[in-house]
Design a protein around this ligand. Structure first.
Ligand code: GLA
Length: 679
């Protein structure tokens, strides 16, 4: 499908506002009140039908669309558009009893029971045909309904169930391997089956990596992860194809789950008309806004910077953590503005009206149990009014001149068992790098390993454990062309089959980095290693041997004392830095040096805790300032923003300094810069 995305994600103008609406949980009299209150709150779109399968299709050959007809008509009459779900994420009891093979099986052979949701095997033909039949029925009936603005395919692929080990999945896996390798010889080579007598005579002898006596073949596991992402994607594409055929004029999306390990979202995003995300930062985590920012940058990056949609978040507490802390007054507003600051064109929630029964009855909602008297409702109405003032932002873009390479295949390979250290986890390696950039007010974009890198002032790879030679070549060419590259430890170790590169790490990055790794030297838990600069490493160090690279920092304690820790290799005006240890937050000093040399300037100087980003669009340039701290702040408008502007949230001029209360925010439409300083 190829829908014109800008200036709006859907045909609905402005910034989308709304949430999941589950009217089947309520008597019909309540719907009229819902529609009236939605209007009062400024809601422009609701997601309907996500878990409605049993209601829409009460039996194999009976359908009940009347209620949905009435609901869509009602919403339309109140000016509320609909993101209509294909309703396929929770197959009804009658379907799984008729075809028990729909239920997924764990690696230990346990078949998961009906009684929750997402109880389906991605490879089940019975599930697939029933899901497509339902999708078709909905598309035929509602493609031309005037309320329809967006199709919501399935729900959170990869939530609860990401893999199934039943015989049908095993057969599907073998088909996938046949496509990938063609012959059993090619597979034997790729999987390194000479090891532990794992040789296969035919592809038919292969099974999924079920629970085994000891460590399972790592390439088998890596291929299994690739297969599981592809198997769910095949289901998604099948639904999408039905919609593309029957409802070609309405965009379709499925709600991603932020930076989720099981699904390779680079591949998935190619099949989305627009990227949408479900994000649940934890109010109890003081750094939650940094993680959220990272996820939002990823969502924006997945489609090359196009606006995306925050399709679900909690208005206050969730119900699925061990302790579910609510959002204090003003926090949901601030965190929602943060998504806008990072390129979202819609702010939606789970859910509209709080459920009275079921597993999520303690989950917050835009309309809480206490109704319009509740604090939450006041915030719902207030934020709707805020968004109404920000409509001109729709379609504007966030840009970045620093890229971070993210490769799901590398992530999967990195976190396999039987490595030098089990502590090397991609999110933990990435987070300190991202946090340092966030604190420096340097916006980044994520890129896949095969990305065109030339347009970036700096490219960062906190970890690229699995690195294909052709991807390394791009990095090398980038550095030779004058680019600035910073690489984290345990990178360039294995190839696409998870085999150690010839000569060891950093494999195909050896020329770019100008060094080789003699031995990995993980750090025991709770120990630290000092560097000459004063920085401290945990988790990981390496014995590296510089060849062309110069040493920038040296280990000052531990078994590697006196040996190089951080290096820099120069190629003309290009540089390639290697950080051979896990520096945690001390990575900030290295990044600051590398980025300053690369000519990357922070967006502006602001007090600690103030996040700053810029969106630029047809109607202007917008500076977002968000105070995540618990003290009032004052941010000087300098440099490109010295001319000040108008705060769209208040309608007041913003000049000199922007004062923000704790959890306060400003969205300044910046006056054109007389000196033309802004780039
Ligand atoms: C996910 C699901 C929703 C709901 C929320 C609760 O995002 O998509 O159906 O369960 O979590 O936080």
């Amino acid at each position: 499908m190829n829908h014109p995305a800008p200036p709006h994600l859907t045909r609905v103008p402005g910034i989308l506002y709304g949430g999941d609406y589950n009217p089947e949980q309520w008597p019909e009299e309540v719907w009229a009140e819902d529609a009236r209150l939605m209007r009062k709150a400024g809601v422009t779109m609701v997601t309907v039908g996500v878990f409605s399968w049993a209601r829409l299709q009460p039996g194999p050959d009976s359908w009940d669309f009347d209620w949905l007809d009435r609901l869509l008509d009602l919403l339309h009459a109140h000016g509320v558009a609909v993101d209509l779900a294909t309703a396929t994420a929770s197959p009804p009891a009658w379907l799984v009893r008729a075809h028990p093979d729909i239920l997924p099986v764990t690696a230990d052979g346990v078949r998961l029971e009906f009684g929750s949701r997402q109880h389906y095997c991605p490879s089940s033909p019975h599930y697939r045909s029933a899901a497509l039949r339902l999708t078709q029925a909905l598309a035929e009936r509602y493609a031309d309904h005037p309320a329809l603005a967006l199709w919501h395919i399935h729900n959170e692929y990869g939530d609860h169930v990401t893999e199934c080990f039943c015989p049908r999945s095993a057969a599907h896996f073998r088909d996938w391997l046949r496509d990938r390798y063609g012959t059993v010889d090619a597979l034997n080579h790729a999987w390194g089956t000479a090891f532990w007598s794992q040789h296969y005579r035919t592809l038919d002898e292969i099974e999924p990596p079920r629970t085994a006596p000891g460590p399972v073949n790592p390439t088998q596991l890596l291929d299994w992860r690739r297969f599981c992402s592809d198997a769910l994607l095949a289901l998604h594409r099948a639904e999408r194809d039905v919609l593309a055929q029957l409802s070609p004029d309405t965009p379709a999306t499925t709600n991603f789950m932020s930076m989720l390990k099981p699904l390779d979202y680079w591949t998935w995003a190619q099949h989305e008309d627009l990227v949408s995300d479900d994000a649940y930062p934890d109010p109890a985590d003081p750094h939650a806004h940094v993680t959220a920012s990272l996820n939002y940058d990823l969502m924006r990056s997945l489609k090359g910077g196009k606006p995306w949609l925050l399709l679900e978040q909690a208005p206050s507490a969730v119900s699925w953590r061990p302790v579910n802390v609510p959002k204090k007054p003003g926090l949901q507003r601030l965190w929602s503005l943060q998504a806008l600051a990072r390129g979202a064109d819609g702010i939606m929630y789970f859910q509209w009206r709080a459920s009275r029964a079921g597993a999520e009855k303690y989950h917050s909602a835009l309309l809480p149990h206490r109704g319009t008297r509740a604090r939450g409702w006041q915030e719902t109405v207030r934020f709707g009014a805020d968004l109404a003032r920000l409509g001109e932002l729709a379609g504007s873009r966030v840009t970045a001149d620093v890229a971070i390479v993210l490769d799901w295949h590398s992530w999967w390979a990195l976190e396999a068992d039987d490595h030098p250290s089990a502590r090397m986890r991609w999110p933990d390696l990435l987070r300190p790098w991202y946090t340092a950039l966030h604190a420096r007010r340097t916006t980044i974009t994520f890129v896949p390993p095969d990305a065109e890198l030339d347009g970036y002032r700096a490219v960062l790879a906190p970890n690229l454990h699995l690195l294909r030679p052709e991807h390394a070549q791009r990095i090398t060419a980038y550095v030779h062309g004058g680019g600035h590259f910073v690489c984290g430890p345990f990178s360039g170790v294995v190839d696409g089959h998870d085999h150690i590169h010839d000569g060891g790490a950093p494999g195909p990055l050896r020329t770019a980095l100008g060094l080789s790794v003699d031995e990995f030297w993980p750090v025991p838990d709770a120990q630290t290693v000092r560097l000459t600069s004063g920085a401290e490493a945990t988790l990981w160090t390496e014995w590296i041997v510089p060849e062309d690279a110069e040493t920038v920092d040296t280990y000052a304690s531990g078994p590697l004392a006196g040996r190089p820790a951080v290096t820099r290799n120069t190629h003309g005006s290009g540089t390639a830095w290697y950080v051979s240890c896990h520096l945690g937050h001390d990575i900030g000093a290295v990044l600051d040096r590398a980025l300053t040399a690369a000519g990357v300037r922070p967006l502006l100087d602001a007090p600690e805790g103030v996040e700053a980003t810029v969106r630029t669009g047809a109607h202007g340039t917008y500076l977002f300032l968000l105070n995540h701290g618990d003290r009032p702040t004052s941010t000087p408008l300098a440099g490109a923003y010295a001319a000040g502007g108008t705060d769209l949230l208040t309608g007041q001029p913003a000049h000199g300094h922007v004062h923000l209360e704790p959890l306060g925010a400003a969205v300044v439409r910046v006056h054109p810069d007389p000196q033309g300083e802004r780039t």
